[in-house]
Design a binder for this molecule. Sequence first.
Ligand SMILES: Nc1ncnc2c1ncn2[C@@H]1O[C@H](COP(=O)(O)OS(=O)(=O)O)[C@@H](OP(=O)(O)O)[C@H]1O
Length: 472
Amino acid sequence: MHRLFFIITCPLPSRSVDQGQIKNNLKYHIVCSYFESKSFLPSFLPPSLPPWELVARLVQSSLNFRLFVSLTTISVLGIYCYTYKKLIYIVLHLNRKEELLSLQPRSVSTQTLSVWHGTGKPVSEEPGDLNIVFLKTHKTGSSTVQNILFRASERHNLTVAFPLYSYQFAYPERFSRAFVEDIPPGATHFNLLCSHMRLDVGEVRAIMPSHSIFLTILRHPVQTFESVFHYYLNMVPAFQPLANHSRPLLAFLEASAQYYNAQDSSNGLAKNPMAFDLGLSPRDEESANSEWSVELEKLNQTFHLVMIAEHFDESLLLARELLGLDMEELVYVKLNVRHKEGEPLSKGLAQKIQAWNWFDMQLYKFFQRILWHKVERYGYMRMKRELDTFRALLRETVARCLAEDSVGPGDMADALRPWQPSSVTILGYRLKQNLTYAQYSSCFRLVLPELQYHTYLYYKQYGKDMRPLPTT
Ligand SMILES: Nc1ncnc2c1ncn2[C@@H]1O[C@H](COP(=O)(O)OS(=O)(=O)O)[C@@H](OP(=O)(O)O)[C@H]1O
């Protein structure tokens, strides 16, 4: 009987219970040591309890002990699982973070972080009201972003602020409210402004709702300048004399002073084109350093998001959160892609481009850093998950819509042919045959070049054709 009670109530091997443990668990000690004394061990605490009290204590002790063991086990398991899971999370999180941050400079001012609007809700005049200013910088992938915004404008019935004449807001003049077409009858305010301009923030704010979301895009200055140079070779005065040169870019960078006149605003794209579009006036590099960082900080206060073309998908996902769009609304194909001929840029030439575009380099590095801080706040794991989903969606879209990869201007429908400058060939797309009406409608818009989409939306909004540029 004693032996049986001992086995039931003292499941732990009693010999392994040391004095310290016994003191900590007196009831256990009393009962178990009683039975030990009776059955197995020489007694060191001889009990003199009547049998009924012993049984009562035994039951109570047993229950308490089991409760104690159960609670302890649950707690230990809980703590273990929590810590272990957290550990796994931290390890993964850090690995991803390290991987991404290792590519980037790490410091950023706290002020630059303060403008993040990470609530997932659009900041707008009224609930559901979407107001967007997209500064369309030159040769940065901005037509691809504009196409996404044009599609969103149709889907959300947005009123677009169009230029009074043609496709641009009197570029390269600084933006003025006078360059904007009248608001159409029935609309109370513009919701979207996304045509080329040279930025003047005050003037933009004068015609857009006060809580508009400001977006823009930057691209690495080497690729941007190369693209600008070849695309505008016959249009920008500083480049024109080199139009027939066998190596025009090298020739320009080796003797830029000979070709470039800073006083001519038509040369705005010929040096630091992104800074020019953002309304900055780059000065002498050495003296400009401190003023320049103030200018950058001001831009950072203005723009809710500066996208980076080299991280186009990450940028779009951040924009999506700001604008409250569905992922399906972000699908895109690259527009305005130049057919590249000849050798890739040499290292030496790339360095020359960087030196020539010093302000654009500072601008790019500054906002690239900020983009990664935004990704960090967004969550690396979340970004990774969403990128995977988004890229699968992009692949599906391409497979559904396109007959093949990008094609030259001779191989596509007239309506889908992008405008061709005389200096380079711009690629476009051919749609698949046998699309349903709904598929055709969405695929057509996906590949519709800037000028055609602009013309179409203007007509839809005003019921008339756009005005051409005055000839004077
Ligand atoms: N999604 C995406 N990501 C990265 N790069 C992209 C993207 N879409 C377009 N592009 C490249 O951007 C160049 C065209 O830029 P824009 O559309 O801004 O040109 S324009 O100023 O409106 O004429 C053009 O560059 P180049 O091909 O080097 O000339 C495009 O290839």
